[in-house]
Design a protein around this ligand. Structure first.
Ligand SMILES: [Ca+2]
Ligand SMILES: [Ca+2]
Ligand SMILES: [Ca+2]
Length: 148
């Protein structure tokens, strides 16, 4: 269950680390799915998923040093202890060696775990139904986390 949680948490990591603004609202899984589906066949292949992840990493790595750290977070997130703690909690799954830095390798590894998890019927693509299911699981996980 721990690994499952880690992988699920990773889905929201990009939202937290990359778009601090997106953090204000719930991640729109349907929209993210549509964005990743670059050939618009209604399914997200591993290649499409990885391309979307790569773009997300580049966006999250605001200072462009190739690793995700607190330095990449906007000032308002860094100066908000509650938000910072939340982001750190989410990053915990990706930051395998716990050094507070998420390398591209760690990020990709986490992404691959997420894809494997989302692809429930293991046909190598995540369709809209599978994406909805994984989004629901993420939401219930997030709800658990924010519960006292
Ligand atoms: Ca596609
Ligand atoms: Ca960085
Ligand atoms: Ca599938």
């Amino acid at each position: 269950m721990r690994n499952l949680s880690c992988a699920l948490v990773l889905g929201t990591l990009a939202v937290a680390a990359a778009g601090a603004h997106a953090q204000m609202g719930r991640p729109d899984a349907a929209q993210r799915f549509a964005e990743a589906d670059t050939n618009h066949d209604g399914q997200v292949s591993l290649a499409e998923f990885q391309a979307a992840r790569a773009a997300r990493f580049a966006k999250a790595d605001r200072n462009g040093d190739g690793v995700l750290t607190d330095d990449d977070l906007p000032r308002f997130a860094r100066s908000n202890p509650a938000m910072l703690a939340k982001i750190h909690a989410m990053q915990h799954g990706a930051d395998r060696d716990g050094d507070g830095r998420i390398t591209r390798e760690e990020f990709d590894e986490a992404g691959n775990r997420l894809f494997a998890l989302a692809d429930a019927n293991h046909d190598g693509v995540v369709d809209a139904t599978e994406m909805r299911q994984v989004a629901q699981r993420m939401q219930s996980l997030a709800a658990q986390r924010s519960a006292p």
